[in-house]
Design a protein around this ligand. Structure first.
Ligand code: 5GP
Length: 307
């Protein structure tokens, strides 16, 4: 059978299945919109999922329907925003160009900030091994008590001077497994192919709910995981002044044997290559200056410069 357009008509049974699939997809999109409208899900998280899965439920959502589901955006505001962002109303979220996506992200973020929400209070500090993330975050804990420095769980043994509950929660594999299974960790990763590290979720939720800023000092895999579950998090990459300085810091630290140092240097090279994924870069030439820059970036009025 051939339609006037010349396209063959699918057999009856396929059409019924296709129409059932279309209804299911519409329902799924409606559920996402209802979640955004009720505030249960942030618009930023929908945009992030759409970016990762352009053919998924969020990706197939029209940008017009999406914006209309955001609290306090009506038809006039939606059209004005699309004009300003240079996005055609016919676009679907998953079909936005990279620059359109960045503009839409910034628009949603600044709206949330203006409405008294604090979407960027969660800051992730990552960077290559031995760059001094630990020193900078310890400095922040000591000099900026208003910032909560998240304490991770790890299966590695304490180094001399490290205190359980302050530097890390030192746990065994069984306890780490239990935390993962119970959903107690926001993210977790095996770092340097050796030990497991994870970020306890509860203290972060409590701090954010009370309006406190939170700093996570975690590895690259962890930063990526946090971005996917909390797209409103701000990601900062700490850089060494130079590669030579990074090698000097790693070798000078003398806490690892030479095989471990080589392994960490190899990891550092891969990690340095990921800096463009981050919202901001801070060079750690002086600990106090780097710490101040990181804390300044926790100010939600600072416009993000996503690549
Ligand atoms: P260290 O054993 O030297 O204290 O840390 C090794 C690496 O693990 C560092 O790169 C540190 O940022 C990372 N790390 C510490 N805590 C966490 C965490 O909770 N999650 C993840 N993904 N990485 C972490």
């Amino acid at each position: 059978m051939v339609e006037h357009s010349g396209r063959p008509t699918p057999p009856q049974v396929d059409r019924a299945a296709a129409s059932r699939a279309a209804i299911a997809a519409r329902r799924a999109r409606a559920a996402v919109k209802a979640e955004v409208a009720s505030g249960r899900r942030s618009a930023l998280s929908v945009l992030q999922t759409a970016t990762e899965q352009p053919e998924g439920v969020e990706g197939r959502m029209r940008v017009t329907d999406f914006l209309l589901s955001v609290p306090a955006i009506g038809s006039t505001k939606m059209h004005r925003a699309l004009d300003a962002l240079d996005i055609s109303p016919a676009k679907r979220l998953g079909g936005l160009g990279r620059h359109q996506r960045v503009r839409l992200h910034e628009y949603l973020e600044s709206r949330a900030a203006a409405r008294g929400q604090h979407p960027t209070r969660l800051v992730v500090l990552a960077g290559p091994t031995a760059v001094g993330k630990g020193t900078v975050s310890t400095y922040i804990r000591e000099h900026y008590p208003e910032v909560l420095l998240s304490v991770s769980a790890t299966t590695r043994a304490p180094r001399p001077g490290e205190i359980d509950g302050v530097n890390y929660y030192f746990v065994d594999d069984a306890e780490f497994d239990r935390m993962v299974a119970a959903g107690e960790l926001l993210e977790s990763a095996t770092v340097h192919n050796a030990y497991r590290y994870g970020t306890p979720r509860a203290p972060i939720d409590a701090a954010l709910a009370s309006g406190r800023s939170v700093l996570l000092e975690i590895d690259l895999q962890g930063a990526r995981s946090v971005r996917s579950v909390m797209p409103e998090a701000r990601l900062i990459f700490l850089l060494p002044p130079s590669w030579e300085e990074l090698v000097r810091r790693l070798v000078g630290r003398d806490t690892e044997d030479s095989a471990e140092q080589q392994r960490r240097l190899a990891t550092a090279k891969v990690e340095l290559a990921a800096q463009d994924e981050f919202d901001f870069r801070v060079v750690n030439a002086s600990v106090a200056d780097a710490a101040r820059e990181v804390v300044d970036l926790m100010d939600i009025r600072t416009a993000p410069s996503r690549p």
